[in-house]
Design a protein around this ligand. Structure first.
Ligand code: GLU
Length: 479
């Protein structure tokens, strides 16, 4: 069987981490089986769908490397197909118009509540007589279309992640709406609803496997009934676990980030993020944790996707991201850092100062977990002046520190080389008869205002190239 899978986002918001993770699993499954990965935009909710969200979803998927083979298809361009299906269901007597008003439905729910019953439609318009229908029409009521769901039936499927799933017909809330009420002057039925459109599309697009979040399980039960009513082949289903926050609740806006854009802005790289999303619910058979999408695809199977919810672990994501950053060359990394430096207001010229920027990148790389860390790590190289930390201020009062720094001012020169810098340090140690550690710490405080930081000689050389070493040390000594 040819594997054909799809990601079917609704463009009612930016690309969400949950949708992106579902896309990852679909993509991996498709690639593993040399199948086809389809992008379908479920935009039938006209009020909430926006084209800017579609753009965001497309660019987010592309950024993550989740390229699709077919689409994007848009449900709003396929309405005729859904109308035909609704007509078929009406002709077969499997669907019917329901004229209940919202007040009637509300009253029904209130009664159910008062009787401690679960809210459901009581199928009251299932068998309207032609006279009753004419009467409602004469009153100017416009119907929704409902699909019949028998209470006394069991729906069962073998989920590729969750095993056998069974659902009682009586737990599906009664006959379900598949088309909204039509516009006032239309004789036709209105906008098709998700459960109908999704089934028609999955049939029409020959979808072999529906891989989606477990929040759709009840929909799957309803959709299987629609496949059967339309005498279509039911695809395989696989329901992926939800992504949970540290409290074990579904990761949501309240956790600060939900969209892929948020993660990008926070300084995560696409390969690291997509790697991390793969680990949210899936474990590689060789327990490997760092891999490209292509590598994961060779090993991916739905059997190794967990049933239990996947806890989102920020430390792990940071660690993974750092692994990717530390492996990158300065040439690869620099273009990813410059936007963050620009945003922070740092002044530099990417053309004339390229060499210096590459050296700076190389110096700070080991301290980066996120790209955004580069703002803090590189800050002192872009600053005009520096301020001493509290411990550095205290250090400055130690005996010998000022003498060391004065000696550095006298010895430094422009275009200092690595060798020369080391020689100066050695010479001062000898001349002033102090420990090398004191010279190093003094120099660091003089150059950076701090007692800790990246490689000292490299730091000095970078500042020296900008003629900042002497002025900085002088300003500190004279303060
Ligand atoms: N539009 C649905 C969603 O975004 C698609 C669910 C499905 O994959 O069938 O949740």
């Amino acid at each position: 069987m040819a594997v054909r899978v799809r990601i079917a986002p609704s463009p009612t918001g930016n690309l969400h981490i949950g949708t992106a993770r579902t896309a990852v699993f679909n993509w991996l499954f498709a690639r593993h089986h040399q199948g086809t990965f389809i992008l379908r935009v479920e935009d039938t909710d006209l009020e909430r769908s926006k084209s800017e969200y579609t753009d965001n979803i497309k660019s987010g998927l592309s950024w993550l490397g989740l390229n699709w083979d077919e689409g994007p298809f848009f449900q709003t361009q396929r309405l005729d197909l859904y109308r035909q299906a609704i007509q078929t269901l009406l002709d077969k007597g499997l669907a019917y118009p329901c004229y209940c008003t919202s007040e009637e439905l509300e009253a029904m729910r209130e009664t159910q509540k008062a009787n401690n019953q679960a809210p459901r439609y009581d199928n009251r318009h299932r068998n309207l007589s032609p006279e009753e229908i004419s009467q409602f029409e004469a009153e100017g009521r416009k119907p929704v279309i409902r699909f019949k769901i028998e209470d006394n039936q069991q729906i069962l499927w073998h989920d590729l992640i969750r095993g056998t799933v069974t659902w009682q017909g009586s737990d599906l809330g009664g006959d379900m709406v598949i088309a909204r009420t039509p516009d006032k002057d239309s004789d036709n039925f209105g906008q098709p609803l998700y459960n109908l459109a999704v089934v028609i599309d999955d049939i029409d697009m020959n979808i072999s496997h529906v891989i989606r979040g477990e929040d759709h399980i009840a929909n799957t039960a309803k959709q299987i009934l629609l496949y059967q009513a339309l005498e279509a082949k039911v695809p395989e289903f696989a329901h992926t676990p939800l992504i949970l926050n540290s409290e074990g609740k579904k990761l949501s806006k309240r956790d600060g980030v939900t969209s892929i854009d948020d993660f990008r802005k926070m300084g995560f790289t696409a390969p690291a993020l997509v790697n991390y999303m793969t680990l949210l619910g899936w474990t590689s058979p060789d327990a490997e944790e760092i891999f490209t999408l292509e590598e994961a695809a060779t090993k991916f199977s739905l059997e190794r996707v967990n049933k239990a919810g996947a806890k989102f672990d920020w430390d792990k994501l940071d660690w993974l991201n750092s692994q990717y950053l530390h492996k990158m060359s300065p040439e690869e990394l620099l273009p990813l850092l410059t936007p963050h430096w620009q945003e922070a207001g740092y002044q530099f010229n990417i053309d004339t100062e390229k060499d210096w920027l590459l050296q700076l990148t190389s110096l700070i790389t080991p301290s980066l977990n996120r790209l955004t860390d580069a703002v803090k790590e590189a800050g002192l190289f872009f600053a005009d002046g520096i301020t001493l930390t509290e411990e550095a201020q205290e250090f400055m009062t130690q005996e010998g520190v000022k003498e060391v720094l004065e000696a550095v001012i006298n010895a430094t020169k422009s275009d200092l080389t690595f060798q020369e810098a080391n020689d100066i340090i050695k010479q001062i140690t000898k001349d002033l008869k102090v420990k090398k550690g004191l010279v190093m710490r003094s120099l660091r405080v003089g150059l950076t205002g701090e007692l800790h930081g990246p490689d000292l000689v490299q730091t000095w050389l970078l500042l020296n190239q900008k003629a900042l070493d002497k002025t900085r040390i002088s300003s500190i000594v004279n303060n």
